[in-house]
Write a protein that binds this ligand. Structure first.
Ligand code: G1P
Length: 270
């Protein structure tokens, strides 16, 4: 089945980037001359996604503006004979069909994904967390999609992380299920190292079935009093058929300043 839709949660305050995020959404910080969010959108589009649902909050209107046409800027570039710059902006609105859904209260990643329920409907979909920018020859979303097409119900990107980092991620307990593929048996959100069943961490790319929505609706607040996607995945995994894929590629955590600098050094065309 083709994966046509994706959800990009982008409602958070970006506190690790204060004071810059006081007015500028962190998703618009550039890697080279291109905002981080565009890398994420392009990854989804390259994997065949046609509709993207952004989950945003007040203060994130600039993200919406970024993917809209800008007739005055286009007219200016034409008038000043800067036609070579036009393609940089003209294609943005037609990369995909964009939807913007407001998450009124920051109730967690699980709640953010649930906000996309009506638009996603009854089909499998991708979730891309914009804090994780991933460089790879075959995009991470494409790798998840290829693994999904082999007949799996849900496929989640995994990365083996250092022991001192496990408390920052959803951590999985798994059984081997093929080359780089794991059957997920349980998920625990941000465990202390002593409680972690492994060092395999969930990274911000998920290919999920629509059956995750009723599970999310029943998921009670967990860590930080928020509705955690990891808790819903734990329940989904309890039914079997939830897989993890150790993707090929290099991930940059652009949700923190050091990661954004590293991404700029590695990915910027300049
Ligand atoms: C979120 C998820 C976590 C996952 C991580 C991947 O955490 O809650 O399970 O491992 O993304 O980046 P956050 O980084 O938003 O705190």
């Amino acid at each position: 089945m083709k994966i046509r839709k994706a959800v990009i949660p982008a409602a958070g305050y970006g506190t690790r980037f204060l004071p810059a995020t006081k007015v500028v959404p962190k998703e618009l910080f550039p890697i080279g001359n291109k905002p981080a969010i565009q890398y994420i959108v392009e990854e989804a589009v390259q994997a065949g996604v046609q509709e993207i649902v952004f989950i945003t909050s007040e203060g994130k209107k600039l993200i919406e503006d970024y993917f809209k046409p800008s007739p005055p800027l286009e007219a200016f570039l034409k008038e000043k004979d800067k036609l070579d710059l036009l393609p940089r902006i003209e294609a943005l609105p037609s990369l995909a069909q964009f939807h913007f859904v407001n998450q009124p209260v920051p109730k967690g990643l699980g709640d953010a994904v649930l906000c996309a329920k009506e638009i996603i409907g009854n089909e499998p979909f991708l979730v891309l967390l914009p804090d994780d920018v991933i460089w790879s020859r075959r995009s991470c979303c494409q790798q998840l999609s290829d693994t999904y097409q082999e007949g799996r119900e849900a496929v989640i990107a995994l990365e083996n992380v250092l022991k001192d980092r496990v408390s920052l991620y959803g951590i999985v307990k798994t059984k081997p299920a093929g080359k780089g593929v794991h059957l997920i048996q349980s998920v625990i959100e941000k465990p202390a190292l002593e409680e972690a069943p492994s060092t395999l961490a969930i990274i911000g790319r998920y290919l999920l079935p629509p059956t995750i929505f009723p599970i999310l609706e029943k998921t009670r607040p967990g860590q930080l009093g928020e509705i955690q996607l990891a808790d819903a995945l734990h329940k989904l995994a309890g039914r079997g058929e939830t897989f993890g894929l150790e993707f090929q590629g290099k991930r940059f955590d652009v949700g923190e300043p050091q990661g954004l600098v590293e991404a700029n050094l590695a990915l910027s065309p300049f």
